[in-house]
Structures are given as structure tokens and as C-alpha cells.
Design a protein around this ligand. Structure first.
Ligand code: B3K
Ligand code: ZN
Length: 891
């Protein structure tokens, strides 16, 4: 395994202008003829051509039509004596490969008797020898030949220019992509598929064909994906003036896929999980995920495909920006400010529960990394979600309009090119001269180069006589692997003030006479310590800091419970209103964990908190979705991140105790909430009605929990009835979850009946597996159940969705069940990492990350976790993927 360094980038020695690929598709022996025209890059000294290939059988190499001498150097096919000069060189390479043996699902593979490809990041080299790097952009012509009965649909990028029958029951299709692209955006699909079609006319008047391809029988689950695609096309044109640049845009769903979806030019390939939905099989969360993933892949058409990355270190150039765009898309589809705030809170929750731990752990890396061993390990929440926050800060520092102008300049400068994160940031700044971004650009770019989550500590000082209020800020960032010292970041901090007694928003004015206007002010921190003074502050204020989560930092402010209750009741900023509730719950949890570490007294929540939650739940104007977020306690993972030493069992029992307290103390309120939110009329997955279902589902869980604890049979019986009568999957699954989550005896028959109902629906079975593997542990019952699930006839470790639904739901999604004092969870983890690694290294390496935070664990967990890591690391033939993760964890 070699380490690739960002600093080592050099331009390619050759450019590839055109690629003409012919495939004779066969599951065990597919033949690939690759005819390319290349030319030397005049900016680089004359040198040999080195093409990379993996898992290929090489049959023939021709240069300008003649047999050529070449040598093999590891994975490289080396041609030393190519003609010099600037004439194009015709190169022809004939190889074969075995798609049916490709369990890694990278390159050309077979799933359910159909062919699919996945080339990002480095899968194209498993299809043919090539310059497999994103800065080599070529024009592609692709001819597919296959058995017509078995593979009636033959798809590739671009436009279909020819098709017809061949001998022996075979047929062909020829596709030409009008746009140059890097090879990681190549795709082909062949199989028995059917399509939902939609013709659209753009604002500019051009006509396009949209298609969603699925297996026969799944067409009734494609309406939402198609609607999401149409909405995406319209949004990108309206918000950023970016139209669809293809006559035809295709989405194809496959049930075997390593991640969510892939933005191949004109031919997006999706995990079925992010395409298929109808009300009987998909939950509201599934609907929302489909909308954002369809949007995300579509938005890549400009941010990623038209302008791509110079090298893989620039990955966030396309991923951070495209996540930002899909977040904005989903927010813009919301009907009101409250729904937008709910979306923002959900996004921040992902960042803080997944990315903050990554930034504090052994795999911490900058948004633009400096090195990697296996690039597939760097498709991370840092590159994606933190990268999106960095782009969001650029918008905050330039305004929405200013950011749109920056995007325009970015496309004017770089359309059709492979560029860097610097190129992007420079464009946004240059279009906004005079903005805080342009003023501090070099310092702002530390967000790209420094890893770790900055902490901002704030302290307030009120001078009642002078009517001034000063906020003192200081920022710091802990060391991360390879980066001991951090220089200050540019941190936009949105601030408001509330009257401590009145709860009213206080009008803001600054000492220098400038009026901040409205009730929020954006302070841009650039120094290690900095202060701001507000004048004419008529009453003692409570500060509302980091409104809307204006920067991806941890804010330390020593709020009293009373101050937090004021914010929870009054903050006009919905994000900070929610945050106040989270801080209150967190303070109680941390207090209980520390105070009674040796007892079982876990009465963590005080009366004021309970009363405040009742107020929120019964509030006459707040949205149900927002209420549900406020009433959701911080997760075990998030609580663990706030502690220096983590006892996962202690956290689990304290949090479960808090849940039972909320269930019991608010029982009458939950009954009211359920009664008033359970009926939503005809199913529609919009934010308003999904919020009502979420709150009703939460009420049901708490009612079932309280009743199970007290032995009252009434609510569990009602929940079972709800499970049977439900008109949609959201309500049905919420009821099932309520029974399983409370450990009630009715859970077992409900699970059995759910399985019988949906035995032919793979995505629903994934939920069935995940629910059981992720459920709350009561005395260690989860691990034996998980082991049982592995031998269930419907379990198949080769299918990534199924593997994730059982193994990841347990190892990564169920800390209380996974961290066992007897170390059996870790043994299970090490067995599965090694088993998966032999099948699919990318999936195995993801699972390996479940142990990232082992160094924070208390004994006996810590030693046992280390032992499990050492056991995996000792295996001789590990993939680079898993090797990099476990070595870094042990470093
Ligand atoms: N760009 C792909 C991810 C590819 C992952 C390769 N290991 C999907 C996306 O981000 O849209
Ligand atoms: Zn992406």
C-alpha cells in the first residue's frame, strides 16, 4: 500500500481525446475493446505511457494499428516507445473480465442478472487499462452487445445513436456522450428493466426525456423519484440558472450498491433505497431521503460533471458543494420558515453526531486532505457534510445573491475543466469584492486545510448602569493526526439578545454607532480572542449565539438552566430554540452520568425541564415536526462525544431512564398528542403531514414504554391495533417500533406478521432486520438476536443494504447493545470486518470505522476494543481499505 500525497500532483503525460468502447457482455467473460486516441501533453517532459488496470485479462495491444511492445509493471501497462511529437496516437486494447465474480461492486458487476458499473473513484481501471484520474477528460462512444432476451435494455451515457439485432439472439446499442468527461463518470447498464418516462420543457424552451429504470414490478414505486427529479431540474434552473444540458436523463435503480447513488453523466445509478417508494413500503424519512439524493446526483451534473476535480484531494469541491446544493433544494421546497428550520436542524444533527466524532478521532482529515492510502476511505462526512458547511459559510459571508453571482463566475471561468477547491473559493470571493469572504480569503481557506472541530468559548458581561453588553469570544482547535497547532479560523457567528426577564428580543446596536438592524447580528471572528459590545441594552440579556448554526463549531457558553429555559420558550431563531432544549437535556444527562456513576439512580430530568417539554408539546402554534425534534433527547453517540471518558452502558442506562421519565411524567400529554396528531387524511409525504406522523409516532412509543414498565396492557394493545390498521408504512413501522422498543411481549408476533406481510419487499425486510439489530438492549439480548439474524434465510452478507441493516445497525447504531463488558460485541465486529473484507473491502472499511472512538472508552471496554482491532490488524491479506482504517485507529 502506498500513500498518495496531494503535494505530489503532476499533470498527466498524455491526454486522451476520444474513447471508443465496445462491450460484449457476458456474466463470466465480458470482452472489452478500448480504442483511444491520445496525444502527448506538451507541458510535461516526454515519458512512457502508464495505463492502470485491475482484475483484467489482457489479450491485445495495438498502436496505430500495429502490434506493439509493452511491459507490465504491477498494475500498470507501460508503453515506452510511443511516437514523439504532437500527432494523435491510436491505441487499441482488448481485455476480458469476469463481472459475476465482482463482489466488490466496483467496475463492471452483475446484480440480479443485470449488468451495472461503478467507476468512482477508481473503478474504471477494472473495466479497461486507462489513465484513471479525474483530470483526463475524453469524448466517449460506447457500443454494447448482449443477449437480447436476457438483456433487452442496453444503456450508457449520452444519446442513443444506433441499435439493432445481431446474430445468435444478440442485439446492440450505440451511445455517444456529447460532453467530455473523466472516466469515473462512465456508466453502462444492461438487463431486464422498465422505465417510467416523463417529457419536460425547460424554462428556456428545450425538450428533454426523463427516465427512471427499475425491475419489472417496481414501476408503481417510481412516482416520487420522478417528481423529485423534475423538481431538481426546475430548481437548478431557477436558483442558479443551470439548465439540463442533455436530451435524455436517466436514473437506474439497483439493489446491490455500495453507497447511495452515483452521478454518472446522463445515467445516474442509484441504490434502490433512494428510488423506490410507495406509501405501503416507504416511510416519510425514505421519501425525504429520495428527494435529497435524487437532487444531489442531479446537481452534480453541473457541480462535479461540467466542472470536475483536478485530483481526488479536491473531492469536496464537488461533494461539499453538491451537499450544500441539495440541502438548499430541500429547504427551498419547504412551504414555510418552520419547515426550513426543521431541515436545518436535521442536517446539523447529522454533522454533530457523525462528523464531529470523525474530526476528533483517528481518521480526522481536512476538508481537502493532504494524503490517503485508499481514496474510497475519504468519502466521509468531513468531505461531504463539513464541506457543505464551509460552502454555507461562504454564502453567509457574501449573501445569497452574492453567492449566486460567485457560482456564475465559477462556471464562466471553469466550465469543462478539472479544477481545485482554491479555484472555487477564489471565484466566490472575486464575485464579492468587499465582502467579509474576500477580505479574509486566505484565512478562510484554513477550513480546507486544518482538520478538527473548532471550539468557540463565549462569555457575557452586562453593565446595567451603562446599558452595555459585551460578549468575549475565544477560539481554539484541538490537535488532530499530523496537525499539532491550529491557526485561528474565520468563524461567522450570528448573534441575538433576549431579555432575561421579559424573554423579548432586544433591538441590537453597536458601540461604534452602527445599528445592526433586525434582531440578529453577524459577527465574523478572525482572531484567537475577540469581543463585541452592544449598546442601549435596556435589560439583562440572554445571548442567543450561533443562530442557525452559522459555523460548524462547538459553542461553549456557561448557560444556567434558567437562561436555557428562556431561550427554549422565546428565541425567535428556531435553531437555537431547539438547541436550548438539547443543552438542558445534555446537562442533565452529563450530571447523572457523573454524579451517580456507581448507583442506579438515573432520575436525570428535573421538573423544570419536564414542564418546559410539556409546554413545547402542547404549544398552540409550533409545528409538530419541530416539537418532535425538541422532544427527542440527544443520542447516546452525541452524549458520548461530550465526555472525556465514555462508559457506554452508563450512558445507555441514564438515557433510557430519562426516556422513561419523559414517558411517565408526560403520559396525559402524550395521549393528547397522539389523539390530536394520529389522523392525517390521505397519505402525502410533505413536511407538514410527515411532522404530524412523527409526533404521533413518538407519542405512541412513549405511551407503549410507560405502559410496558407499569404492566398496563391497554396501550400496547392499541399499538398492535395501530400496527395492523395502518394505512401507510410510516404509521405501521412507528407502531412496530413502539412495541419492539419498549420490549413488550407483543413485539414478537408483530415482527412475525410484518415479515410475512413484506417477505417479497427487500427494502422493507432491511427495515425489519435493522429494527431488531438496533433495538434497545435489556440485559444483553441483542447480540444473540443479531447472530440469529445472520442465519436467517433472508440474510445475505453480499448484499450491502442487507449487511448494513444487520451488522451496521448493531455495531454502529446500537452503542448500548454493542459495547458489552464481556467484549462479545467487539469479537462479533472483528469477525464481520474480516468476513466482509474478503467480499467487499469498501463496505468492510466502513464497518471498521465503528471502532474509531475506542480510545475514549472506559475499562474494560477500552482494552477489549483494542484487542479486537489488533486481531483485525494482524490478518495478513487485509485490503488497503481496512488496513488504512485499523492502522490509523491503532496509531
Ligand atoms: N460521487 C458518488 C460517491 C462515489 C463513492 C465512491 N466510493 C456519489 C455522490 O456523492 O453523489
Ligand atoms: Zn455527491
Amino acid at each position: 500500500a502506498t500513500t498518495v500525497l496531494r503535494a505530489d500532483y503532476t499533470a498527466p503525460a498524455f491526454w486522451i481525446d476520444t474513447v471508443d468502447l465496445s462491450f460484449d457482455l457476458d456474466p463470466v467473460k465480458s470482452r472489452v475493446l478500448n480504442k483511444m486516441t491520445l496525444c502527448r501533453n506538451p507541458d510535461v517532459p516526454v515519458q512512457a505511457l502508464r495505463l492502470v488496470g485491475e482484475e483484467l485479462n489482457l489479450a491485445r495491444v495495438l498502436v496505430n494499428g500495429q502490434g506493439a511492445t509493452f511491459k507490465m509493471d504491477g498494475n500498470h501497462l507501460v508503453l515506452e516507445n510511443l511516437p514523439e511529437g504532437s500527432d494523435p496516437i491510436a491505441l487499441e486494447i482488448f481485455t476480458t473480465c469476469n463481472p459475476s465474480k465482482n463482489t466488490a461492486l466496483s467496475g463492471l458487476y452483475v446484480s440480479n442478472d443485470s449488468f451495472f458499473t461503478q467507476c468512482e473513484a477508481e473503478g474504471f481501471r477494472r473495466i479497461t487499462y486507462f489513465l484513471d484520474r479525474p483530470d483526463v477528460m475524453a469524448s466517449y462512444t460506447v457500443t454494447l452487445r448482449a443477449d437480447k432476451a436476457k438483456y433487452p435494455v442496453l444503456l450508457s451515457n449520452g444519446n442513443l445513436v444506433d441499435s439493432g439485432d445481431l446474430e445468435d439472439g444478440r442485439h446492440f446499442a450505440k451511445w455517444v456522450d456529447p460532453h467530455k468527461k473523466p472516466c469515473y463518470l462512465f456508466a453502462l447498464v444492461a438487463g431486464q428493466l422498465v422505465a417510467r418516462e416523463q417529457r419536460i420543457t425547460s424554462r428556456a424552451g428545450t425538450d428533454h426525456l426523463l427516465q427512471v429504470y427499475v425491475r419489472p414490478g417496481d414501476l408503481d414505486k417510481t412516482e416520487h423519484a420522478m417528481n423529485s427529479l423534475m423538481a431538481s431540474v426546475a430548481w437548478d434552473e431557477a436558483r442558479f440558472n443551470l439548465p439540463l444540458d442533455l436530451e435524455r436523463f436517466m436514473i437506474v435503480a439497483t439493489s446491490d450498491f455500495n453507497m447511495g447513488a452515483m452521478e454518472n453523466k446522463g445515467l445516474n445509478i442509484f441504490n434502490t433505497k433512494y428510488v423506490l417508494a410507495n406509501q405501503a413500503t416507504a416511510t416519510d424519512v425514505d421519501y425525504a431521503n429520495i428527494e435529497s439524493v435524487v437532487g444531489h446526483e442531479y446537481f452534480h451534473n453541473w457541480t462535479g460533471n461540467r466542472i470536475t476535480c483536478r485530483d481526488w484531494f479536491q473531492l469536496s469541491l464537488k461533494e461539499g458543494l453538491t451537499v450544500f446544493r441539495d440541502q438548499e433544494f430541500s429547504q427551498d421546497l419547504c412551504a414555510d420558515a418552520s419547515a426550513r428550520a426543521v431541515k436545518r436542524i436535521e442536517d446539523v444533527r447529522v454533522l454533530r453526531t457523525a462528523q464531529f466524532p470523525e474530526d476528533a478521532g483517528p481518521m480526522a482529515h481536512p476538508v481537502r486532505p493532504d494524503s490517503y492510502i485508499e481514496i474510497n476511505n475519504f468519502y466521509t462526512v468531513t468531505i461531504y457534510e463539513k464541506g457543505a458547511e464551509v460552502v454555507r459559510m461562504m454564502q453567509t459571508l457574501t449573501s445569497r445573491k452574492g453567492f449566486e453571482q460567485g457560482m456564475k463566475l465559477y462556471f464562466e471561468r471553469f466550465d469543462g475543466q478539472a479544477v481545485t477547491c482554491d479555484d472555487f473559493a477564489q471565484s466566490i470571493a472575486d464575485a464579492n469584492l468587499g465582502s467579509a469572504l474576500a477580505q479574509h480569503l486566505p484565512q478562510f481557506k484554513r477550513w480546507y486545510s486544518q482538520a478538527g472541530t473548532p471550539r468557540v468559548a463565549a462569555r457575557g458581561e452586562f453593565d446595567a448602569a451603562a446599558q452595555t453588553y459585551t460578549l468575549h469570544f475565544s477560539q481554539s482547535c484541538a490537535p488532530t493526526p499530523g496537525q499539532a497547532e491550529k491557526a485561528p479560523f474565520v468563524i461567522p457567528v450570528s448573534i441575538g439578545l433576549l431579555g432575561a426577564a421579559s424573554g423579548n428580543a432586544l433591538p441590537l446596536a453597536l458601540q461604534d454607532g452602527s445599528v445592526a438592524g433586525a434582531d440578529s447580528h453577524l459577527l465574523v471572528l478572525t482572531q484567537a480572542t475577540q469581543s463585541i459590545t452592544f449598546v442601549n441594552v435596556a435589560e439583562a440579556p440572554v445571548p442567543s449565539i450561533l443562530r442557525g448554526f452559522s459555523a460548524p463549531v462547538v459553542l461553549d457558553y456557561d448557560y444556567s438552566d434558567a437562561e436555557l429555559l428562556t431561550l427554549l420558550a422565546n428565541d425567535p431563531d428556531p435553531f437555537n430554540r431547539w438547541e436550548a432544549g438539547q443543552r438542558l437535556a445534555l446537562q442533565s444527562a452529563i450530571h447523572s452520568i457523573a454524579a451517580h456513576a456507581d448507583s442506579t439512580g438515573v432520575n436525570g430530568l428535573n421538573d423544570a425541564y419536564i414542564a418546559a417539554m410539556r409546554e413545547v408539546l402542547r404549544h398552540p402554534t409550533l409545528d409538530a415536526a419541530f416539537k418532535e425534534l425538541v422532544l427527542t433527547l440527544p443520542s447516546e453517540t452525541y452524549i458520548a462525544e461530550q465526555l472525556d471518558v465514555v462508559d457506554p452502558q452508563r450512558i445507555h442506562s441514564v438515557r433510557e431512564g430519562m426516556r422513561l421519565q419523559l414517558a411517565t411524567a408526560l403520559q396525559a400529554d402524550w395521549e393528547w398528542a397522539y389523539a390530536t396528531h394520529k389522523d392525517n387524511g390521505a397519505y402525502r409525504p410533505d413536511p407538514l403531514s410527515s411532522g404530524r406522523r412523527a409526533l404521533a409516532g413518538m407519542a405512541l412509543s412513549y405511551l407503549c414504554l410507560a405502559a410496558t414498565a407499569s404492566g398496563d396492557p391497554v396501550w400496547p394493545g392499541k399499538v398492535l391495533q395501530r400496527f395492523k390498521d395502518a394505512g401507510n408504512m410510516t404509521d405501521r413501522f412507528n407502531a412496530l417500533q413502539a412495541l419492539v422498543g419498549s420490549g413488550h411481549a407483543l413485539a414478537a408476533p408483530a415482527l412475525a406478521s410484518f415479515h410475512a406481510m413484506f417477505k417479497d419487499e427487500a427494502l422493507v425486510l432491511d427495515k425489519w432486520f435493522a429494527l431488531q439489530a438496533g433495538t434497545s438492549d435489556r440485559g444483553g439480548q441483542v447480540l444473540p438476536a443479531v447472530r440469529q439474524l445472520l442465519s436467517h434465510p433472508d440474510f445475505n452478507i453480499r448484499n450491502p443494504n442487507r449487511a448494513r441493516s444487520v451488522i451496521f445497525s448493531y455495531c454502529s447504531g446500537n452503542p448500548g447493545g454493542f459495547h458489552r463488558a464481556d467484549a462479545a460485541g467487539y469479537v462479533f465486529w472483528s469477525e464481520r470486518v474480516m468476513e466482509l473484507d474478503a467480499i467487499n473491502p469498501q463496505v468492510a472499511a466502513r464497518l471498521a470505522r465503528a471502532m474509531d472512538r475506542w480510545k475514549k472508552l472506559a475499562e474494560p471496554y477500552r482494552s477489549a476494543a483494542r484487542e479486537a482491532l489488533v486481531r483485525v490488524a494482524a490478518k495478513a491479506d487485509l485490503s488497503n481499505d481496512v488496513r488504512e482504517v485499523v492502522d490509523r485507529a491503532l496509531a
